[in-house]
Design a protein around this ligand. Sequence first.
Ligand SMILES: [Zn+2]
Ligand SMILES: [Zn+2]
Length: 143
Amino acid sequence: MSTTRTGGCICGGVRYAVPEPLRPINTCHCRECRQMAGGPSSFTACDAAGFAFEQGEELVHWFAGPTSATGGERGFCSTCGTYLLFRIPEDPLLYFSSTTLDDETGLRVEAHIFWDSRAPWEQPDGLPTIDGYGDEGLAAIYE
Ligand SMILES: [Zn+2]
Ligand SMILES: [Zn+2]
């Protein structure tokens, strides 16, 4: 039996449901994520087909990052600005901010990605670091 996790944005306008199992968290240190999130972003992922908006899909504004090597788009709530989603064309996974999940999921950070793009003040914490997406792309990191 599969269980479902729920989450949403600060204002409550956007609500979503995702099926478990969720992927471990990877913290992204690319400049676009840091600007969007106010610090490294902590994203997990699910099969893109399994992600469902419960409400507020029309509030999500998609923004194509101008420096994204993958043509990735960032989705945020147009009312409160919460950074919710990241998607790459043709990618089987949808990435979403673990900080927007309602409850403790047991997920933990597995690695730091785009470590080569980190801010000068970010310090290593002993977890694995990957420069960029590594050699095989983002979906491979979340397998
Ligand atoms: Zn909102
Ligand atoms: Zn990033």
